[in-house]
Design a binder for this molecule. Structure first.
Ligand SMILES: NC(=O)c1ccc[n+]([C@@H]2O[C@H](COP(=O)([O-])OP(=O)(O)OC[C@H]3O[C@@H](n4cnc5c(N)ncnc54)[C@H](O)[C@@H]3O)[C@@H](O)[C@H]2O)c1
Length: 251
């Protein structure tokens, strides 16, 4: 068995239908994990588990809005009943929106961003963690953002929601440090995924211009780091934020 094998493990990936989450789903499935891809985009009943194929790989999809407390609880319960304890949770479900100054940001928009990016991460962690803690082993990877490290202008809702994900990761990492469960975050800069269709084009190009490597990241590059953080090879890092910024971050 290769040392990046996930054979015998169960992975739950939110936002697994697209972008970075989908790349993580494929990464785990390719290496032998049983993968549950949780996304509100799946056109099935809430919490229903449906077998699916990604190319030649078999995965299981679950329709769940991660900002809905009941759907998250039911989803976690159904997965545990179906597959036993998961050992990997990746919180990749996230949204952004058009850029605007804070004083032109509607409260509804602000709450929508927080409901998915922050509450969704909290709810999934709360529902899944008891299984990991009981098993005495687990890896949680939260997808934050460079925006949450630095704060992007005209992006106060999104940036601060990702700062909250970073704070949650740091707290949880310490809280669980003696349980066998490690909790880390990654902070990507711009990646080529559908989420950026919601971002103004000139702003998108400005963000890319700030990347010293001179290009956006590719989702398989995010999946490689997520894969490491989800593995037992990651053993002395918790509550940490891992850079994925093509050289933009200088700290
Ligand atoms: N792509 C980037 O440039 C970039 C940069 C930094 C951070 N991120 C973060 O990476 C994560 C993944 O983003 P992506 O680029 O893959 O975007 P994406 O739009 O390709 O994928 C996001 C997925 O999340 C799902 N989702 C959204 N709201 C949901 C909800 N309430 N419940 C369940 N699923 C929901 C969507 O249906 C979609 O499948 C996000 O948290 C995003 O903020 C992305």
């Amino acid at each position: 068995m290769s040392d990046d094998s996930f054979a015998g493990q169960v992975a739950i990936v939110t936002g697994g239908a697209s972008g970075i989450g989908a790349a993580a789903v494929e990464h785990f499935a390719r290496r032998g994990a049983r993968v549950f891809s949780v996304d509100r985009d799946y056109q099935t009943a809430p919490a229903e588990i449906v077998a699916a194929r990604v190319g030649t790989l078999e995965i299981e999809t679950v329709h769940c809005d991660v900002s809905d407390e009941q759907q998250v609880a039911e989803t976690a319960e159904r997965i545990a009943t179906e597959a036993g304890s998961a050992s990997i949770l990746v919180n990749s479900a996230g949204i952004t929106g058009p850029q605007a100054p804070l004083w032109e940001t509607s409260y509804d928009y602000w709450k929508q961003i927080y409901r998915v990016n922050v509450d969704g991460t909290f709810l999934m962690c709360r529902a899944v963690l008891p299984h990991l803690i009981k098993a005495g082993y687990g890896r949680v990877i939260n997808i934050a953002s460079m925006a949450g490290m630095e704060g992007n202008a005209r992006s106060s809702a999104y940036s601060s929601s990702k700062s909250a994900v970073i704070g949650l990761t740091k707290s949880l990492g310490k809280e669980l440090a003696r349980t066998g469960v490690l909790v880390n975050a990654i902070a990507p800069t711009v990646f080529t995924t559908p989420i950026n269709q919601k971002v103004d084009q000139d702003y998108h190009e400005y963000l890319i211009s700030r990347i010293p490597l001179g290009r956006p990241g590719e989702v398989h590059e995010a999946a490689e780091l997520i894969g490491f953080l989800a593995s037992s090879r990651c053993s002395f890092s918790t509550g940490a934020v891992f850079d994925l910024s093509g050289g933009r971050a200088v700290y």
